[in-house]
Design a protein around this ligand. Structure first.
Ligand code: G6Q
Length: 558
């Protein structure tokens, strides 16, 4: 009997990897049109459904054999053990020596979820209850500002993982929002964002949430200090801060030092990664805007996807299948990017959110045992609402030279849409996916032009420009409707997809040393711009830019 490959074997030495390469030499010749014609059951065979989410992955350059080999790859990479380790609260974020235990945040019921032997669920539930009490008080109008007026505006100050998730969810579920509350998100240290936000709000009726896991992030603390000064200038009373500033952090000492009463701090834990944190107290803006019930439904949806991911066999497992398809294109077809195309205006921040989730998690080139990879890892994630993309960059996707798989995401239930709109929206989504798959060959173009009465010579001239090769892969994810539960499941689907890919690439998906480096470097130059410190040895370009900046600003100060 063959010995099963060890999880430590290099990816490129695995039997399934080699088998996939030989399979690829045939697969790259296939056209999906022919695959559909050859198999009436194809759509059904390559569709999965779970918790109100349907994934149709039939418009991919795959056969059953491709999926079998990809699934073997997952097995040979030790994926099962990786999933078990994540759900067991193991320290899988090894370079930061932490668990990556966001699944505990949405765990429901009484099952203990342990990190280092200790059940984290009592603290998770306690914070959720505090969040719910606070959100309930703000929403009901029981929580008043310092002049006894109810809160009308919430300004979230945070960046990256302490911004994008809450912002994306608040936008996506606006239809569920409290009618009195307006949400604002300030992440950029460019003061124009804060200035424009403060112009729209009143100190008496605004609640600021300062969100930072570390409470050391320069952008966030600068914005928070400026907002505090703005507020104090108007309120003229330090005690009023307690009615208008709350913090979400793991760093209680820094919160207290900033001047926020620790009783107004909502805590989370080091085992929650920034980009996986919207389910924790970092989701406070979501709870405030949408209410406890909707926040819990979001957690429930994610929890249901967690159960599916942990328990479903890999061939019926949505995150695993999505991940493997990505591997197929990135590592074999050489696709360098992946497009997110939501056909739903409410999901307009989803591409940006998934971009961080994926690129910050898997944008790595060192394997978990410290070797450089000899294969590609995370693709560049980009995108925009599909309907806008169609009138902009889809041209390249249809007829350009890059292979970029696309995820189409839409909802079946057009309830709440203005009459006539939803059908047009969804017709476009289905049509685009069909066009990317089928394309339009020279005969079809010629026939169409002839039917329009175009003469033969003109047809010959026009055909090359109007031919679409098709064979461009896409997945379609259909939500029964865009509600908190399905959105929770959708986000968790992508979180797990990314984890599966990271596991196969044998990289650390839960650290982000690239982000840390940027944080450090800016500090040195900042001190130089303030002229607190003589310029360090920089390269000639950086030195020149700093000198030019100093010269202009010195002139302005004179
Ligand atoms: C996310 C990243 C990063 C982080 C921000 C903000 O996974 O670590 O985007 O969320 O740099 O960090 P703080 O929450 O510590 O301010």
């Amino acid at each position: 009997m063959d010995t099963p490959p060890q999880a430590s074997t290099r990816l490129t030495d695995l039997p399934a990897w080699k088998a996939l390469w030989s399979h690829f030499t045939r697969a790259r010749e296939w056209h999906m049109r022919a695959l559909f014609e050859a198999d009436e059951q194809r759509a059904e065979r390559f569709t999965l459904e779970h918790q109100g989410l349907l994934l149709d992955y039939s418009k991919n350059r795959i056969t059953g054999q491709t999926m079998t080999l990809l699934l073997q790859l997952a097995e040979q990479c030790g994926l099962r053990a990786r999933i078990d380790a994540m759900f067991a609260g193991a320290r899988i974020n090894e370079t930061e020596d932490r668990a990556a235990f966001h699944v505990a945040l949405r765990s429901r019921g009484d099952t203990p979820m342990r990190v280092d032997g200790a059940d984290v669920m009592p603290q998770v539930r306690a914070v959720l209850q505090r969040m719910a009490r606070f959100a309930g008080a703000v929403r009901s109008g029981e929580w008043l500002g310092h002049t006894q007026q109810p809160i009308t505006d919430i300004v979230n100050i945070g960046i990256g993982g302490s911004d994008l998730g809450s912002q994306m969810v608040c936008e996506a579920l606006k239809a569920y929002a409290h009618p009195r509350l307006r949400m604002h998100f300030v992440s950029n240290v460019d003061s124009s964002q804060l200035k424009e936000t403060l112009r729209q709000v009143h100190a008496q009726t605004t609640l600021f949430i300062v969100e930072s896991k570390t409470f050391t992030t320069h952008e966030t603390l600068t914005n928070a200090h400026t907002a505090r000064d703005w507020f104090l200038h108007r309120a003229q009373d330090e005690a009023a801060i307690a009615r208008h500033f709350v913090a979400v952090s793991t760093n209680a000492a820094a919160v207290a030092e900033f001047g926020i009463d620790p009783r107004n701090m909502f805590e989370f834990w080091d085992w929650v990664g920034g980009r996986f944190s919207l389910w924790s107290a970092i989701g406070l803006p979501i709870m405030l805007y949408l209410g406890e019930r909707n926040f819990l439904a979001l957690l429930d949806g994610a929890h249901a996807m967690d159960g599916h991911f942990r328990d479903a066999p890999f061939d019926a497992n949505m995150p695993v299948v999505l991940a493997l398809l990505g591997i197929w294109y990135i590592n074999f077809f050489g696709a360098g990017s992946h497009v997110m195309a939501p056909y739903d205006q409410y999901l307009h921040r989803l591409p940006a959110f998934i971009q961080q989730l994926d690129m910050e998690s898997n944008g790595k080139r060192t394997t978990r045992d410290g070797q450089l990879v000899d294969y590609e890892t995370a693709p560049i994630i980009w995108g925009e609402t599909g309907i806008n993309g169609q009138h902009a960059f889809f041209q390249l996707l249809h007829q350009g030279t890059h292979v970029a798989p696309i995820d189409f995401i839409g909802s079946l239930d057009g309830h709440g849409s203005l009459p006539g709109h939803h059908e047009i929206l969804m017709a476009n989504m289905f049509a685009q996916a069909e066009a990317f798959m089928r394309g339009r060959n020279a005969d079809e173009v010629a026939l169409e032009l002839a039917a329009q009465g175009v003469d033969a010579a003109a047809i010959r001239r026009m055909v090359p420009f109007r031919v679409f090769d098709g064979n461009r892969p896409s997945n379609t994810v259909l939500l029964e409707r865009l509600d908190p539960y399905r959105l929770g499941a959708l986000i968790a689907l992508y979180e797990h997809k990314i984890f599966v890919q990271g596991s196969i690439w044998k990289i650390h998906s839960f650290d982000q040393w690239g982000v840390e480096l940027g944080k450090q470097l800016a500090k040195t130059i900042h001190a130089e711009l303030l002229a607190h410190r003589p310029p360090q040895a920089h390269d000639a370009s950086t030195a020149q830019l700093i000198a030019r900046y100093l010269a202009v600003n010195a002139q302005r100060r004179c």
